[in-house]
Design a protein around this ligand. Sequence first.
Ligand SMILES: Nc1ncnc2c1ncn2[C@@H]1O[C@H](COP(=O)(O)OP(=O)(O)OP(=O)(O)O)[C@@H](O)[C@H]1O
Length: 311
Amino acid sequence: MSDGHTGPTAGGEIVVSGLTKQYRNVKAVDNLSFRVQPGRVTGFLGPNGAGKTTTLRMLLNLVTPTAGTATIDGRRYPDLKQPLRTVGALLEASSAHKGRTGINHLRVICAASGLPKRRADETLAMVGLSPAAKRKFKGYSLGMKQRLGIAAAMLGDPKVLVLDEPANGLDPEGIRWMRGFLKGLAAEGRTVLVSSHLLSEMQLLADDVVIIAAGKLVRQGTVDEVLGSMTTGARIRVRTPHPDQLAKALTEQNAQVQRGEDGLLLVEGNDAAFVGRVALAAQVELHELTPERPDLERVFLELTSGKAVIR
Ligand SMILES: Nc1ncnc2c1ncn2[C@@H]1O[C@H](COP(=O)(O)OP(=O)(O)OP(=O)(O)O)[C@@H](O)[C@H]1O
């Protein structure tokens, strides 16, 4: 809708509708629509150049859409009555005045935005940076800078968090911390939208995923739905001392079977119960029968194959 109001929505829902951004030569975002629910972590995934950053910047009114709308809590960003209390954002490795201490960086933002000064101390504690409060920004590690950026995003106690590649450059400990922190925010009922190309990380972090490629929606759903919808990715590992006999029986039932080492068979497109039944009917002893869940990495490559163009 053009007046910036899309009617009542549950607190903190993000609604992207027909969003499009045409740069001179590139359609960075192409008629994109999706919804992001509160109380959940949503992974916003896509290959390089897919249009993730452009979408998030349109959501935050930093880039003007060519067409379509993006609303937070039912309003476009410029129409939010209290933007910092509604949405907090981390767009890139946060920058701050090099000679300023972490705590002063946050206090400056509080002063400029009419937020109480105590929020600087509270959010610094929230991200575990209190011990480094009085150290200068230029001495912060990348991980500390990311934490400070998150503290800044949390100053207004927003119900919506939008983070562009927050795990970039973090070490495994930093990534683990980030995961716990973001899950905690969602558990408090906040909306957490996180862009990433680290798909394995998203599988551990996200409840829902929105996958885009070349500016277009490729798939949206819960992580389980998206993984479960990929029949080609689902395989059953079967181990038997009689692989020839079992492979023959399975192939006769039109199953696709790949041979591995040590009597291993990989069966595609069927479930474990099917494989067990065929083995029983063929009187073949089984030493292993394991459904292999497709991982998000494989699903992602399959869904976006051919669209991961470097533009
Ligand atoms: N200001 C701009 N002017 C022209 N083209 C742009 C501009 N900003 C982005 N693009 C182009 O739009 C496309 C989408 O870029 P965007 O940064 O949104 O993708 P992304 O999914 O965030 O990628 P990455 O993971 O590499 O950051 C790319 O082709 C990019 O070159």
